[in-house]
Design a protein around this ligand. Sequence first.
Ligand code: GLN
Length: 560
Amino acid sequence: MVRSGLNYVNRHILFFVNKFIFVSGGVCSSLGKGVAASSLGALLECRGLNVCMVKCDPYINVDAGTMSPFQHGEVYVTDDGAETDLDLGNYARFTSSPLSRANSITTGQVYEAVIRKEREGRFLGRTVQVIPHITDEIKSRITAVARETPDTDVVIVEIGGTVGDIESIPFLEAARQMIHECGRSNALSVHLTLIPEVAGGELKTKPTQHSVKAMQEMGIQPDILICRAPDMLDDANRRKIALFCNVESDAVFTSYHVDTTIYEIPLIFFNQKLDLVALRKLGIESRHADLDAWQSVMDRLRAPQGNVRIGLVGKYTELHDAYKSVYEALFHAGLENGVTVELVKIDSSILEEPSGEEGALDGYKVDGLLIPGGFGQRGIYGMVNAARWARKAKTPYFGICLGMQIMVIEWGRDVLGWADADSTEFNRDTGHPVISLLEEQEDVVNYGGTMRLGKSESVLEPDTLIFAAYGGLRIFERHRHRYEFSNAYREEMTESGLKLAAFTPDGLLVECVQWPDHPWGLGVQFHPEYKSKPTAAHPLFRDFIAAAKARMEGVNANAE
Ligand code: GLN
């Protein structure tokens, strides 16, 4: 463990300082700050350090739970049930940072806490202001994360937004104060900017100079610059940026465009010695770096033995970020199976007409079909048609949360002959509510009617696909849903052949269903995608892609 050995008093908090790295961004948004912060975290872990990743989001929403996936991308759920920004998903895929509610700090949470304290009279009549009260709250939340994970060597704090935004100011001011209080050898500023290319292929450094100037106006001198550029910056450009931005010339790095995968970024930064410069500036002795796991990701990516086409049927297919963790988990599973996963994004609403047509998906030529989580009625019956197609065409199918509920609705309609089988989320008056709220289910009284959120245990039935995937009886996965398999239909569902493959430990809730007489047709009520990593694919995604690969090879063999 690395400690600065410096104790300091911050108003009433006395604490032992960790090392902090504040990652900010300038020029424009979407520069890949989250990936840059995560990649730096990954490199520090490769050198044996423990990192803790924290995201500061300047929006006023208290959490991402209510934000539209169309606008903001997916909601990432932590073990303790926090609904957070998708950047935490990047942290989880690149690093082993502990991630809980405390690792996601929003303006909404900060103001809510300060206003609550004010109402409780805890400010003793003082005027409550952005500085120091809001900034103190931000600082105390950042240091609380560090304190809660005592083995942490380096806390990497990503500040959302772009320098110059009104909303980010309190977070940057809190960072400035912490850098000042901890001392420069204990807290660094890493700033990400854009180097655009203008006509004639010339790279322009001026926006970076302006962005650093904006940081300096906030009182923060960046220690390290990471420049997003089409190609590796040459020495002359790096020296120019260093000179005009007041940073050391070996502290200007390039995050150039890669067309392989974001998982190459740690290696790109390693080759430029980003981690060594960060360690030197933090006064941490450099240790041996073991990058085998990241190297192996790239080796496997470069030698695929085939291509599987996976159809993803959902309502948010236009925005890639809306199903981010699912797409990433499919990619990881492709690596593990030595194949490239080609995504075929299918908007479920276009499958609603003509309803129930069996050849609906033939033209897409997919080797596997996945229906991810979702809320609301739009496009639901297109998903039911898609599931029916996969069941009958014996195409591997993976249903996640809503995708499992769709399997149950489809089974009720087609196999049990209940044309109105539905979830009460979509039709409250259905005569066959095969999916419903727990409070609508008479025999389940000890669960509330609210969202099931966060990590919980499931017990797997032997001789099922899910048991084969995990290779054990008990698993822990994360949930985010309100509706459940209706226990009133258990008997009819199982007698007609649907397998119930996992339950909560008390046996009350169904966690997984499996189609009979099908190569791989599985639905889970939880969200396995949150736990998949490029260096370790999730077992369910791994087996789904293995089944799709087997089908692809069978189809190819028949075609020969
Ligand atoms: N809308 C469904 C429910 O609330 C499924 C949610 C999900 O897929 N995350 O139960």
